[in-house]
Design a binder for this molecule. Structure first.
Ligand SMILES: CCc1ccncc1CNCCCCSC[C@H]1O[C@@H](n2ccc3c(N)ncnc32)[C@H](O)[C@@H]1O
Length: 712
């Protein structure tokens, strides 16, 4: 579609969403990582010089490692790539670099490859970087076991009977060392655990066990993942190491017996001395990839690499404060091909405090008296596991939203204001109609006010509305367990069952949600979600708002009433490196950039603007306003002038929102407690600007897609 009509907005917006999906963002900063590319190149050159002259590149991506092997003089180079988009891209790149005749690229998974069907004979070198932040997440172990059995010459085993070095196989990287460390980190905590006891005026005590979908200890069900990933060096509020880094695992990729033994290796227990007091929030894991004896790559938090670390969050209702002299006991295992770490206990003054039983108890954490601690630890051992089972899963963003107290408090205040205004109005009406002289009787409005909450995902707002009194609230929460949590919270906060209902009628499309509560009733308030966690405006927001307006009674309101979008001119090398390959130099002189950069998208999402390395080149400026309470085109096209406050090169315009619940009360999506990330328009061409100069921004919004062009 874009090829036919490049300016067709729907196609453009869809392409950006598709491009984000088709080509992972890490391709850009990986290819820009000259150090990484050079180390792989050196390792490959050495191997080829030592006689490896038939090479297979597993997971070739853009083809860069295969081209290194060819350039190093390998006689035969093969490459395989399971992603169709990357396979086609690799073919273009290899032919653009004049190697299409000499590198055979296969669109397949290495596990399907066979000799002689796919490659004529076994190779002497496999090169691959099919690793994720948790090392094994791209299946490198399984790929290498298969490669050693079917695709590689046998490993080095000394002189053969004629005394000469027989052709042997080997792998680059040669192996990896995995490190771990316990950390205190509030940013991780608020995404994985309930950290508040009250929110929006509601007590959360009765919520039961709430879990993010990241856990090692549960049985392998597909809704759980063993770890999540974070760039520790970029997390707001930083992190505090609670133990020294420890070696969790060493693995030799040239030893197929070791690779095969990995998954059956017994669980390893590691004891870690605590080095400073702090709340145990997670185990952070990274690794060194040993390309060969000399070269290695590290994904550690202390390096200035672009890689993320694997994060194993600590789940417990109350958290646990580690003290110096404690010993944290961690279990390391490799169940079903994933590296799994779990904090299982703490050794304190000779007592062993079990942590995994902490999960489901309201166990007070820091009671000073160890005996009592031990007794209650033993006591909760008796806890029947059924209690643990009635936990409810929340997405990380839903957990962070739940922990966002000022968001909920703002809603509570704004809803209370609206309800009291409506009460006054209806009393005036009643008094107006049956006017009798004499003391104004405080007439109670007969029927309750109806409030509908169509927020995405888990939301407490319906319950907060119902707790104002005289409100019948409808929640669009769909998952059974989440409805149970809301019902438990309603009961424990004295909200009667009939004041909270679940609005599940014809939800085949979002619009379907928006209906009258009943034939003769209209809504007093409808609560919409307007900003996605990634930082973009929700699709179809304006359509939903115009529909919702028709369903409001006189004086009724949509929440939020309006959103004001702010932006700022910044110079950020980091954002550039994550958005497009910067020329040929980083990619070892190979011509790769024009091909992979076809998948550059102009808006970068899930950004943490508060910790982004960048130089601010202007103050924040209002880009545009979306008023949900009055019909306006869902098309914004305006010019904004902004003065540069320092000289530099504008490479991006991060933007965020002030969400107005009413004329005064607003919530910012940029802030420590915010559960939202930010987005940024990355300029196609960086714009040089001098301090004091005015920059004109052409801001367009069409169907929730923001575009900004900058001119001097
Ligand atoms: C310091 C390295 C580092 C550290 C931490 N985080 C990230 C990195 C960087 N590595 C990222 C690569 C990650 C993606 S893997 C690269 C490409 O290979 C493909 N694939 C994967 C397996 C596979 C297979 N068996 N057969 C054929 N193709 C295969 C994928 O489709 C992808 O295009």
């Amino acid at each position: 579609a874009l090829k036919m009509r490049p300016d067709y907005p729907e196609a453009r917006e869809n392409f950006y969403r598709v491009a984000n999906w088709l080509v992972e963002r890490w391709h850009f900063f990986m290819l820009n990582d000259h150090g990484r590319n050079q180390k792989y190149q050196q390792a490959i050159q050495k191997a080829v010089q030592k006689g490896c002259n038939t090479v297979l590149d597993i997971g070739t991506g853009t083809g860069i490692l295969g081209m290194c092997a060819k350039k190093a003089g390998a006689a035969e180079v093969y490459a395989c790539e399971l992603s169709k988009t990357m396979y086609e891209l690799a073919c273009e790149v290899v032919s653009a670099n004049g190697m299409d005749g000499s590198i055979k690229i296969l669109h397949m998974k290495s596990l399907e490859m066979e000799v002689p069907k796919d490659i004529p004979h076994r190779v002497s070198l496999v090169v691959t970087e099919t690793v994720d932040a948790g090392l094994f997440g791209e299946g490198i172990i399984e790929s290498l076991i298969h490669a050693w059995h079917h695709l590689l010459l046998p490993p080095k085993r000394g002189e053969n009977e004629f005394g000469e070095q027989s052709a042997t196989g080997r792998v680059i990287p040669a192996g990896a060392t995995v490190f771990g460390m316990a950390v205190e980190c509030s940013e991780i905590r608020r995404h994985h655990r309930l950290c508040v006891t009250k929110v929006g005026g509601l007590s959360m005590a009765a919520a039961g066990e709430l879990h993010s979908p990241v856990s090692c200890s549960s049985e392998p069900d597909d809704s759980m993942e063993p770890y999540t990933t974070e760039r520790l060096s970029r997390l707001p509020g930083g992190y505090k190491p609670l133990t020294e880094p420890f070696t969790a695992l060493n693995i030799d990729f040239n030893n197929v017996q070791e690779l095969e033994g990995l998954s059956s290796r017994e669980v390893q227990e590691i004891r870690l001395p605590v080095i400073q007091q702090g709340e145990l929030d997670a185990l952070a894991v990274w690794f060194q990839l040993h390309l060969d004896e000399e070269n290695s790559l590290s994904t550690g938090p202390q390096e200035d690499t672009c890689w993320e670390q694997a994060i194993y969050p600590f789940h417990s209702a109350k958290g646990f404060v580690l003290k110096p002299r404690d010993e944290l006991i961690v279990e390391v295992s490799c169940r079903d091909a994933y590296l799994r770490l779990c904090s299982v206990a703490v050794l304190r003054d000779g007592h062993k405090i079990s942590l995994d039983k902490l999960m489901d108890s309201q166990y007070p954490v820091s009671n000073p008296n160890p005996e009592a601690e031990l007794c209650s630890a033993l006591a909760c051992l008796q806890t029947d596991q059924s209690q643990a089972r009635d936990f409810c899963m929340l997405e990380c963003s839903e957990m962070a939203l739940l922990n966002n107290q000022d968001y909920h408090q703002s809603f509570c205040t704004a809803l209370a204001k609206l309800i009291s205004q409506l009460k006054v109005k209806c009393q005036n009406q009643e008094r107006g109609s049956a006017f009798q002289p004499g003391p104004a009787v405080a007439t109670r409005c007969a029927s309750p006010f109806y409030v509908l909450d169509v927020s995405e995902g888990f939301s407490l707002l319906s319950l907060i509305a119902a707790s104002q009194g005289h409100v019948k609230a409808f929640s669009s929460v769909e998952k059974k367990r989440q409805q149970e949590v809301l019902k438990r919270l309603a009961r424990s906060n004295n909200v009667s069952e009939q004041h909270l209902e679940f609005w599940l009628n014809n939800t085949e499309d979002e619009q379907g949600m928006l209906q009258r509560p009943s034939r003769e009733k209209l809504w007093s308030a409808i609560i919409l979600d307007c900003v996605e966690t990634c930082g973009l405006i929700r699709q179809k927001l304006m359509e939903k708002a115009s529909l919702a307006r028709c369903l409001l009674e006189e004086g009724g309101r949509i929440f939020p009433g309006k959103i004001v979008v702010y932006g700022m001119l910044v110079e950020s090398e980091t954002l550039l490196l994550e958005s497009a390959v910067q020329g040929q130099e980083p990619t070892l002189g190979f011509n790769i950039a024009p091909f992979i950069n076809q998948f550059t998208v102009p808006v970068h999402v899930f950004l943490d603007f508060s910790t982004l390395e960048c130089r601010h080149l202007s103050e924040s400026v209002e880009l545009f306003v979306l008023n949900l309470m009055d019909a306006n085109a869902n098309y914004i096209n305006r010019e904004v002038k902004v003065q540069a406050t320092s000289t530099g090169r504008i490479t991006a315009i991060p933007f965020w929102y002030h969400i107005y619940l009413d004329e005064e009360i607003n919530v910012s999506t940029l802030g420590q407690a915010a559960h939202w990330k930010q987005a940024a328009v990355v300029l196609q061409q960086p714009l040089e600007v001098r301090a004091g100069e005015w920059v004109r921004l052409a801001v367009k919004l069409h169907k929730s897609t923001i575009s900004i062009l900058a001119h001097i």
